[in-house]
Design a protein around this ligand. Structure first.
Ligand SMILES: O=C(CO)[C@H](O)[C@H](O)COP(=O)(O)O
Length: 259
């Protein structure tokens, strides 16, 4: 992996070009800075994977803006969720799907965790399956994060590692997932929403079990394989060896990490 490159803030009028300010930037402003930087990788004629979440939303808005201004042309977007589908249509991005475009030029998406090898945790927004399908079909996958997403080890932040499972006997599958990582003190919780604790249902009509670890889960590839071997599991949120570039926005500027 190449060492990170610190890109000083330029001086024109885009959000990227705002000189390092003396005020503290909000997390959302940092997300926007990373997103705008990623959109610089977009060229006319590209087939683009459009990510999901509050960071990716800025990229989708920016692509729509550039299309509207005529600075980008002939873009085809492949959304990674129903939500992004709606947003992309609302900003005028022509859309298609993986059946029609099985190879994409570039995808831009956020992440929940990024480790030093550019492995990711994704899916706290619930779109991990479509994200993994679309981003796995891209020649280049640019991940956009604010610095709070950087971790030493995936699953070590104390936050959720999402696993999408079929609803059928979900407690059984959740227990088997938890047992798989007993040594790491794993607790699996069904993702719910609302006051009544209704199960969160993904775009693919599945459930999500969020795994929480007390200890390091060790070898990530082994963990991935073990999860995927369980009947009832559809996909997990570890994106191993998929990102080609990670753009990190911090108070100091933008760091671009390349595989
Ligand atoms: O994986 C995702 C959705 O499934 C998101 O990319 C991830 O949760 C990051 O979200 P945000 O940009 O809102 O912090």
């Amino acid at each position: 992996m190449e060492a990170g490159i610190l890109v000083p803030s330029p001086t024109s009028s885009s959000p990227l070009s705002t000189p390092i300010p003396s005020v503290i930037l909000t997390q959302d402003e940092l997300k926007k800075i990373a997103a705008y930087k990623a959109v610089e990788y977009v060229e006319s004629g590209m087939v683009l994977g459009l990510g999901t979440g509050s960071t990716a939303k800025h990229a989708v808005d920016r692509i729509g803006e550039l299309l509207h201004q005529g600075k980008l042309q002939n873009i085809v977007g492949i959304p990674t969720s129903k939500k992004t589908h709606e947003q992309a249509l609302s900003v005028g991005i022509p859309l298609s799907d993986l059946d029609s475009h099985p190879v994409l030029d570039l995808a831009i998406d956020g992440a929940d965790e990024v480790d030093p090898h550019l492995n990711l945790v994704k899916g706290r927004g619930g779109s991990l399956l479509r994200e993994k399908m679309v981003e796995g079909a891209c020649r280049k996958f640019v991940v956009i994060v604010d610095e709070s997403k950087l971790v030493k080890h995936l699953g070590g932040s104390g936050l959720a590692m999402p696993v999408e499972i079929v609803p059928f006997c979900w407690k059984f599958t959740a227990k088997r997932l938890q047992d798989l990582f007993e040594d790491a003190g794993c607790v699996g919780k069904l993702r719910t929403f609302g006051e009544n604790g209704e199960p969160f249902v993904t775009d693919n009509r599945n459930y999500i079990v969020d795994l929480y670890f007390k200890k390091d889960i060790g070898d990530l590839k082994a963990a991935s394989d073990a999860i995927l071997q369980l009947a009832g599991v559809v996909e997990h949120g570890m994106f191993l060896d998929m990102a080609t570039t990670v753009i990190v926005a911090s108070e100091l500027g933008i760091t671009v990490k390349n595989k």
